[in-house]
Write a protein that binds this ligand. Sequence first.
Ligand SMILES: Nc1ncnc2c1ncn2[C@@H]1O[C@H](COP(=O)(O)OP(=O)(O)O)[C@@H](O)[C@H]1O
Ligand SMILES: [Mg+2]
Length: 412
Amino acid sequence: MDAAPNPVGEQSVAAGLGFPRPEGQPASALGWPATVSRETSSERPWQSPLESAPNGSPAVSESDLTDVATEGPVTAHSTAPEGAATTAPPAAPQTTDDSEERAAIAASIPAADSFTPLAQAAAADARKRITLTGRSVPRPPRTRVLTVANQKGGVGKTTTTVNIAAALAQAGSTVLVVDLDPQGNASTALGIDHHAEVPSVYDVLVEGQDISEVVQACPDLPNLLCAPATIDLAGAEIELVSLVARETRLQKAIAAYVETRTASGDALDYVLVDCPPSLGLLTVNAFVAASEVFIPIQCEYYALEGLSQLLNNIEMIRSHLNPALHVSTILLTMYDARTRLSAQVADEVRTHFADQTLKATVPRSVRISEAPSHGQTVITYDPNSSGALSYLEAAVELAERGVARTTTEESA
Ligand SMILES: Nc1ncnc2c1ncn2[C@@H]1O[C@H](COP(=O)(O)OP(=O)(O)O)[C@@H](O)[C@H]1O
Ligand SMILES: [Mg+2]
């Protein structure tokens, strides 16, 4: 399954989508040498920590430096993650901006070459652990409402919603997850009760209840809230058809809740809406309620098929119902650094959506897929796993990009 042969040959993955190819780009990303991992090839080159190490003390001795510099590639043994684990900072969010110090320590971990992929992965995880664990993220000036959408099922919408939400909450943000999928997978993953009698998003959409009456706090992270989905929501798609203002019901409910929280000095930083795998009325409500669309894309060959349909729908909602709607974020999930197909899909997506695609990618990880069966996100279930670290990295990027974008807009 993992190292599936590349079914596309020299053909471009996006060929069927009608996306224009920028001039000067190669016809496909097949030029990647098989032994080069994209993830690690984009890492910063190994740098001397001597000038910038915290407390003025070098993180490695000068002789270590010479060894690495002159003797070439390091082995799996010398980049073992155990050493990094002992230098990792505590897990509690920190208020001071120590990112430069963290970067210096992370940079002191020697790079491994492409012949030792396990060492590469261990070194990359150790760097992420040092740079990200326990970090706080900048809070947005206004509540950001993001709809996590992709009409395909099983591409990682729910997984992305709950893990990004948990990562942001752990880093000090206040986050609301609105579970808009009748299957209620996001509610399950957050450990939220959602049996048939529980007040839920159905009551908000169909009965007009306030979101404050249905939200529950996540047991592991008190500043992570969830408006759960129950099985009732399965009927909402049909019941909504005959209701007044059927497309704007979620938008009104979220706007009212955001306003109340802001007025009471307890503002939400993020609202993440987890969509069902269809483009029905529930998803339309999610698109009307948000200003940002967050698309998880699975690094598989078929992942890009249907993306143009999703983009057309977003465009339609933008022109008729919600002029603020735009695709702000794309996250590549289930990325397998060992396959050229993953690198090729990633390359195609980055070519067409250069500004929106996060640098962080989420690997295929058993820890990510088993966390929901414990009613947890991977962020609390196994915080040091590569899956948790990748979601943490993506969440930090999402938060920082949001703040950077606001600053640019305000100065324009
Ligand atoms: N990065 C990952 N590694 C391993 N399994 C994953 C990953 N992301 C998602 N999954 C698994 O894939 C399946 C579909 O993911 P899910 O988030 O439910 O997709 P969607 O909400 O788009 O239908 C789930 O069983 C989930 O645990
Ligand atoms: Mg889902």
